[in-house]
Design a binder for this molecule. Structure first.
Ligand SMILES: Cc1ncc(COP(=O)(O)O)c(C=O)c1O
Length: 402
């Protein structure tokens, strides 16, 4: 594998991990679909040690890795400024791989009290069955994080901006606190992508992404990754690849790598459009509140300017009559697609009602629920902005929010 020189991130999005070798001299990555690679028994051993020292190991079995998957991993590691990455079937597989590789019975996990519903449920409902204790904490409150840390705390897991509130976590301060207590810090940076925030540069140990979202950006492949230093990624890979079967397929790795090649211009265009739309929403007489990290009115705007290169593609807003408007989005919209996912080339929207989320997912203290309502009221429309012209999106919103 070639080693990338010190190129700028936009260039690394095209070059990291890519090599054009003889005899094909391709100008675009080829896809290797083979599940098996031949090996000479004395030289390539099928041991866990072989996975841990991947750089020296020939490709053996695609359940561990494959040349196309490895290119994707190298590209993500280069963009996140980390040593290595492990690419998984989905974002949830990356999060499971990390938790089940790093945590043992008796360990304690601190998780953001607001994060993607399935990871919150995994932490609150599944991990305790394996003897792992979990405390959800508002990670914007560093004193609360300090109080929650115990001798058994092994990992703090954050999400910034978090789904669905778009609340931010001060990653530099949280990383300092985690280091003082010798606790690992992971952050799910799916909403930000490396274009907007590079958490490892701020001191975060492990960066997780759902590659299904903005990084692939075309709504046609599932994937995830966890990226960090060599030793941690080796530990995660050796358990998750061999025992949990989490490794991404070559085909999806190839599609996602193609998405990454346009990630920088896409995120800039999407963020510029999202800012225009958020500003328009803020001035709409029927809109009660808009949360967007690029708006001066965002409660953590100063932190956003320090930690985020752009505001990103996600906007949440509140209004009255949300059920009626949701019906209009679902039945009348031509540009906004009413769907749960995010980060596609087309704009998506969904209504997330606070009462539904509280009943199905979040188990919150009174203060945590109050803080949730400060951002989300009784519910929000969550917009994932795509690559359409923002004026066309605004015209459609004008008709639908009438
Ligand atoms: C912030 C965040 N992390 C992780 C995931 C899970 O990703 P996947 O659907 O690829 O499993 C999602 C899905 O929406 C998400 O929003």
């Amino acid at each position: 594998m070639s080693k990338s020189p010190h190129y700028c991130p936009e260039t690394l999005a095209l070059s990291a991990g890519f090599f054009s070798d003889q005899p094909t001299r391709v100008t675009t990555p080829d896809i290797t679909m083979s599940v098996n690679h031949c090996f000479v028994p004395e030289e390539g051993s099928f041991s866990a040690n072989g996975i841990e020292n991947l750089a020296d190991t020939p490709f053996l079995y695609a359940g561990w890795t494959n040349p196309t998957v490895r290119q994707l991993e190298q590209r993500i590691a280069a963009l996140e400024c980390t040593d290595d990455a492990y690419a998984t079937t989905t974002g949830m597989a990356a999060l499971s791989a990390m938790f089940f590789s790093l945590l043992r019975a008796g360990d304690h996990l601190i998780i953001s009290d607001v994060c993607y519903a399935a990871v919150y449920e995994l932490a609150r409902e599944v991990l305790p069955d394996y003897g792992i204790e979990v405390t959800p904490v508002n990670l914007t409150d560093l004193a609360a994080v300090s109080r929650a840390i115990r001798p058994q705390t092994r990992l703090i897991h954050a999400e910034s901006p978090c789904n669905p509130l778009l609340r931010l976590t001060d990653l530099t301060q949280l990383a300092d606190l985690a280091k003082q207590h010798q606790v690992l810090l992971s952050v799910d940076s799916t909403f930000a992508t490396p274009v907007i925030t590079r958490p490892a540069v701020l001191g975060v140990d492990l960066v997780v992404h759902s590659l299904t979202k903005f990084i692939n950006g075309h709504g046609d492949a599932l994937g995830g990754c966890v990226t960090g230093n060599k030793a941690l990624i080796a530990q995660i890979r050796s358990r998750a690849a061999a025992h949990l079967g989490s490794t991404i397929s070559a085909q999806n790795a190839w599609l996602i790598m193609r998405g990454i090649e346009t990630l920088y211009p896409r995120m800039k265009t999407i963020s510029d459009s999202a800012l225009q739309i958020a500003q328009w929403l803020e001035n709409h007489p029927r809109v009660k509140q808009v949360n967007y990290p690029g708006l001066v009115s965002h409660p953590q705007y100063t932190l956003a300017t320090e930690q985020m290169a752009y505001g990103g593609g996600m906007i949440v807003f509140q209004m009255d009559d949300m059920d009626d408007i949701a019906q209009r989005f679902a039945q009348e919209a031509r540009l906004f697609y009413y769907a749960y996912s995010i980060g596609h080339q087309r704009s998506l929207v969904v209504l997330l009602k606070t009462a539904d989320l509280m009943a199905s997912t979040y188990r919150m203290t009174h203060e945590q629920a109050q803080e949730f309502r400060r951002y989300a009221g009784e519910g929000v429309f969550r917009l994932s902005i795509g690559l359409e012209n923002p004026q066309d999106l605004i015209e459609e919103l004008e008709q639908l929010l009438r």
